[in-house]
Ligand binder design. Sequence first.
Ligand code: 1GP
Length: 239
Amino acid sequence: MLPSFYSSWKHIFKLDPERPIDDKTLDALCTSGTDAILVGGSSGLTFDNTVDLLSRVRRYEVSCALELSDPACGVPGFDGYFIPMVLNTNRMEWLIGRHIEALRDFGHLIPWELVVGEAYLVLNGDSTVARVTEANSAIDHIEAVAYSQVADRLWNVPVLYIEYSGMFGDMSLVRKIGNGLKQAHLFYGGGIDSPERAKEAADAAHTVVVGNIIYENLDAALATVSAVNPSIKEQDHVF
Ligand code: 1GP
């Protein structure tokens, strides 16, 4: 059986270990009712800053997963690990090369019951992830759907991640891709900075990922949780 620790997650806060975050902010995020904290970043991840963030999040009950693109940052102790593979990269290393190297060196150490492959479709050409991986983001809907079918139907990848990091994406495309999936779980991330956008994205994808706004406007970030998980609001009324 493939790991499914993420299958009920609707809302995730993504934290970049390279960006400083104070205790009060972290407390607000971890007790917000979000389903998980995802640790990851397109650059600047180190073993030390990953350990540091994990140990701070571990004071809370919330699930905590790592998005691992560099085996040197393979910190043990997370609830799960996502291994990104960029579908529309022009550089093989981001699709398979780094993975081969990592498994050649560390394959015998990997806790497979906690590891999930995550196919990225990078659609904002101005994002750091697009630049680093040289992703070809200038594709039309037909091609984007084709990429999603390769991941979902040909490769049976457990998680497909539509990544618009830094901008709010085309929800009609996200819906179209989501409706066509046979087995993959759909993550959407990019530009979610309000309850309205969070709700719209949550209607199109299984899980929404909220990143940048955490560092820009904490209240706006927190407001995305109840927009996606209405039961959080109900709890507030009870207590
Ligand atoms: C980034 O998809 C996430 O990897 C979230 O995107 O930072 O734009 O919210 P934002």
